[in-house]
Write a protein of this length. Structure first.
Length: 333
């Protein structure tokens, strides 16, 4: 039997061997840093389809490969990971609507590839990044608790919810422990302004360049914006939680948000305020598959030792300053 190397609540406090998939991405790279700072050994798997090699923290071992790669099992056999933190995903709602099979290849088949390798090599726990922004659909209750009906309105939401059910199966049948983190809208340094996701980074970048801000719909749709440093703390906490032996998917899921909804119009106002910049705005047709409102309750996680610490204004200020530095560097180069 493998040595128990779990930390804090779950074991001896020895360093863990942690795999972070998607660890060259915006959120995954911050999470990898968090494990390194805690004293764990960290490996990163990322195909760099959206991540950046420059995001990879010093001290992590990097393998450029896809989670769909059949050879990933050999890496599991070689290292013997204690913990898998799964951030690699197809996250664009628009892409999932246009190409559901592409979405499923990454978010379902890729996950199963990792779970099979985890099962075979005795991984102790998987931290799975789900999405509180899409698995609930348009909920009647806001802020929305983990127990709300699951009625996703996009293939992306369906694939993320399917991942939770697969994890439930692997726990029930194979004893593979897991925690699902249902993220709200995460923002912060390293967020990519290119593409559909990352409205904070997009708005900041357009302000800095003196370009018009494009808002889809009337701008009164609301989201729950949570700062990436608070998300890192959520991942570290989830890695140590002692959980009950029974229960369904909701007993293994925790919302990660702030319980505060902010409209897109209000978000643009706040970014202009912290940046002391102004620009024009245009309103365009809503995008297919996007929700009108999404705000998450976080009581269950708060009762277990995690709660957001950063206000939206403070987080936006830090994020804008980081993006301003990057835009200035790109202009010079």
């Amino acid at each position: 039997m493998r040595e128990n190397r779990g930390g804090d609540e779950r074991g001896t406090g020895l360093p863990r061997r942690v795999l972070v998939t998607g660890g060259a991405g915006f959120i995954g790279s911050h999470v990898a840093e968090g494990y390194l700072q805690r004293g764990d050994q960290v490996w990163i798997v990322d195909d760099l389809s959206s991540g950046r090699e420059s995001n990879i923290p010093e001290g992590a071992v990097f393998h450029r490969m896809s989670i769909e790669d059949p050879g990933i099992g050999a890496l599991f056999e070689e290292i013997g990971f204690d913990l898998v933190n799964h951030h690699a995903a197809q996250i664009d709602v628009r892409i999932s609507v246009e190409d559901p099979m592409r979405d499923a290849r990454t978010n379902v088949s890729g996950l199963l590839n990792l779970l099979e390798a985890s099962r075979r090599t005795g991984v102790e726990r998987v931290i799975y990044v789900s999405s509180g922004g899409v698995v609930y659909g348009e909920p009647d209750e806001r802020p929305t608790p983990e127990t709300a009906p699951k009625l996703p309105l996009s293939p992306y939401g369906v694939s993320k919810l399917a991942g939770e059910y697969y994890l439930h199966y692997y726990r029930q049948i194979h004893g593979l422990e897991y925690v699902a983190l249902r993220y709200s809208n995460v923002y912060g340094p390293r967020q990519d302004p290119h593409g559909e996701a990352g409205v904070v980074a997009i708005f900041c970048t357009r302000l800095l360049r003196g370009e018009e801000i494009h808002i889809f719909g009337d701008g009164e749709q609301t989201r729950d914006y949570v700062y990436v440093k608070d998300v890192v703390r959520a991942n570290l906490r989830a890695s140590e939680l002692v959980l009950p032996s029974g229960g369904g998917i909701d007993e293994r899921a925790f919302n990660v948000g702030t319980a505060m909804g902010t409209s897109v119009n209000r978000l643009a106002d706040l970014i202009e305020s912290v940046s002391d910049l102004r620009t024009t705005r245009s309103f365009q047709a809503p995008r297919k598959g996007e929700l009108r409102h999404s705000t998450l309750r976080v009581d269950r996680f708060s009762e277990r030792g995690w709660a957001p610490r950063h206000s939206l204004r403070d987080g936006l200020r830090d994020t804008f300053q980081w993006i301003a530095g990057r835009v200035e560097t790109e202009a010079v180069s």
